[in-house]
Design a protein around this ligand. Structure first.
Ligand code: HEM
Length: 629
């Protein structure tokens, strides 16, 4: 064809033809390139095939396989970003850190809302909840209050006695299980999932609502929470296709949720009222709180939020609802997550005995056998910290983080329209062989002491984000790490542990927002014989010298003996058996406060509330004074 064209064109035209042709080609290439550039910027992420009308790809994620596994397999097929339709909702799924970085840095504000479902709406105070309220001024105020006044390092230091007291009580229960056997060589079988549940819940309930040893009490709360959890597991049809809401009403789901919400609200309201009444009696200088300052009474999160409310600084329209929703978010956000993480961690250690032994060696070298692990030791236990990081890498408590785009945006060159839901699959992301080249699926805490020593859990390193990242990152990171590090270190230090029948721990998980271990973690325990195995054993009181005793000096002395006496609580006062101590009366008194006078060891007076703690403190201090002066 070309020669023919050539034949009839005039020579003048023929001569420059190659130049003109090249020019045209170049221009065309530029246009096409420019267009394709635009196209790539606004192109859509690959869509998973096989969507059904209305329900989309729900068939893929409602089978026996866990959702994060299914999404992981789809990542292998479609790449680290793809779109899936969950009901009528288009959902953008990402599974590598580069894309997640774009979501939680450049586009963080756009992705700062979370999708809300029917259960949240009815049972968790919907728009008032810090976890689910849309990004805006109310959320910002609430968040500021939470991070600065409730979960700041300063506040956590102030709350330390409550936290430690609950932990001590749970460890005492564990020791008691063992000591009942009276035989040092007996292995005792303990359901550690349950025990971790108790310790995590008790600690959170104590600092949030001042509830002591709540795991074994709190019947009304527990009953309604069981119903709430049951209802959360029922799929609401309106969460899949909004206009099928009438079917939920027809089958009574809305009614059941509203009923549970009412009962839950009533329990939380009663807690707020209890605190309010106590504050009134303080202001009036009456009752058992007479002569106590406001600071002495302000102890748990409810007290603090009531104070903030009195200063008219609580955001929102209805202060009581704000307080109740906050209590609920903290208890729910803080207890199951820590339980699940500790359960996975111990399971991993029992399946990797070399790591367990290495942790024991670290503890023996740093702490020895003469005392138990304290908070202040954790900074010197890098392997224990690495174990928690590695467990949270492999088994994040919530394997999927969900958000929603409030505006159109681009992620990785893909266009994400406003209203699209975002799912970050931590499960896949934190096992990415490009980031974790050394056996990414294996439990190797050492990687956090070597190749990944600078990676922490606070949301800055996008390759490891079990607490999330960006504006809506978990505000409870420091608190939960304190609890988890200390609980794990004390377990490993104070006990020998092994799997029953020397089998292997099953590592399968349950479906749900939080992925629990599917089967209970049954563990064989044997107490390690250390001086601290009495938990609070201290020296004889006879060693206290230099009367007369003043409270401060007594506190110093107790500290030097490994006990402590502080504003909030009386700890570990050694037993003084002989008169002039009126042992029985003191014992009765301590018992009435919920403490005990143990024949062999110590007085332990856990804090019930400030008044009784102060009475107890004064009582013990006075008696010590009387005895010694
Ligand atoms: C092992 C323990 C914990 C884990 C794994 C965990 C994990 C998470 C995750 C993944 C998020 C979502 C973050 C995001 O969207 O980027 C979150 C949010 C949240 N967590 Fe935690 N959490 C833990 C402990 C706690 C504790 C102890 C508290 C409080 C006492 C708490 C309170 C909250 C709250 C209030 C939010 C919502 C924050 C907001 O939307 O602004 N969490 N947590």
């Amino acid at each position: 064809m070309y020669p023919q064209l050539h034949q009839w064109l005039p020579t003048s035209i023929i001569a420059p033809a190659p130049i003109v042709f090249s020019f045209i080609v170049i221009v065309l290439i530029c246009i096409v390139k420019k267009r394709s550039g635009n196209v790539s910027k606004t192109r859509k992420a690959p869509e998973v095939s096989g969507a059904w009308p209305l329900v989309g790809h729900l068939n893929l994620v409602s089978g026996p396989k866990l959702v994060h596994f299914v999404l992981g397999e789809l990542t292998d097929k479609y790449g680290p970003a793809f779109t899936i339709h969950l009901g009528v909702y288009p959902t953008f799924v990402v599974s590598n850190w580069e894309l997640v970085k774009e979501c939680f840095t450049t586009n963080d504000k756009i992705f700062s809302n979370r999708p809300v479902n029917k259960a949240i709406k009815y049972m968790f105070y919907n728009e008032e909840s810090i976890g689910f309220t849309p990004y805006g001024s109310y959320w910002r105020e609430l968040r500021k209050m939470t991070t600065l006044k409730l979960l700041s390092n300063h506040r956590l230091d102030m709350l330390k006695p409550l936290r430690i007291s609950e932990m001590d009580a749970c460890f005492r229960n564990l020791y008691e299980l063992w000591t009942k056997n009276k035989d040092d060589n007996v292995w005792v079988l303990v359901d550690m999932s349950k025990w971790f549940g108790e310790i995590s819940f008790n600690v959170v309930a104590r600092i949030v609502a001042g509830k002591k040893n709540f795991g074994s009490k709190g019947d009304r709360y527990k009953k309604v929470m069981e119903e709430v959890v049951r209802l959360m597991c029922v799929t609401a049809l309106s969460d899949i296709v909004p206009y099928l809401g009438w079917l939920d009403r027809l089958r009574g789901l809305d009614r059941a949720m509203k009923r549970a919400a009412k009962e839950l609200d009533s329990v939380l309201q009663s807690w707020v009222e209890e605190h309010r009444q106590r504050r009134v009696s303080v202001s009036a200088g009456t009752g058992s709180t007479a002569n106590k300052t406001k600071e002495e009474v302000e102890k748990d999160f409810i007290d603090i939020t009531l104070s903030i409310m009195e200063e008219n600084q609580l955001p929102g329209d209805d202060p009581d609802t704000v307080i109740k929703s906050l209590i609920l978010d903290m208890i729910l956000g803080g207890s199951d997550t820590s339980t699940v993480t500790l359960t996975w961690t111990l399971s991993l250690l029992l399946n990797n005995v070399h790591a367990l032994k290495k942790a024991q060696r670290e503890l023996d070298a740093q702490i020895g056998k003469e005392r138990q692990v304290e908070d202040s030791d954790i900074k010197n236990l890098p392997y224990i910290q690495a174990i928690i990081k590695e467990a949270m890498r492999l088994y994040p408590a919530g394997p999927i983080i969900e958000r929603e785009a409030s505006e159109d945006c681009d992620v990785g060159g893909f266009h994400v329209p406003a209203g699209t839901r975002l799912m970050v699959n931590l499960w896949k992301l934190q096992r990415d062989p490009n980031v974790w080249p050394n056996d990414p699926l294996e439990f190797r805490p050492e990687r956090f002491l070597t190749s990944h020593a600078d990676v922490d859990l606070r949301g800055q390193h996008l390759e490891l984000i079990p607490f999330g990242s960006g504006r809506r990152v978990c505000p409870g990171i420091s608190f939960s790490l304190q609890v988890m590090h200390l609980a794990l270190a004390r377990i490993i230090h104070g006990f020998e542990l092994k799997i029953p029948n020397d089998s292997t721990i099953d590592m399968s998980g349950t479906p749900g927002i939080i992925s629990c271990k599917a089967t209970p973690l049954q563990t064989n325990f044997k107490k390690v014989i250390v001086a601290s195995d009495s938990m609070h054993a201290v020296q004889s009181i006879n060693k206290i010298a230099d009367p007369p005793w003043e409270t401060n000096r007594l506190a110093d002395h107790l500290a030097s003996l490994g006990g402590c006496l502080d504003e909030n609580i009386v700890y570990f006062v050694p037993q003084i058996a002989a008169p002039p101590w009126e042992t029985n009366r003191l014992a009765d008194h301590l018992a009435s406060l919920g403490g005990c006078l143990d024949e062999n060891i110590v007085y332990f007076v856990p804090l019930i509330n400030l008044e009784s703690a102060i009475i107890a403190k004064e009582e013990v201090a006075n008696r010590l004074y009387t005895r010694l002066s």
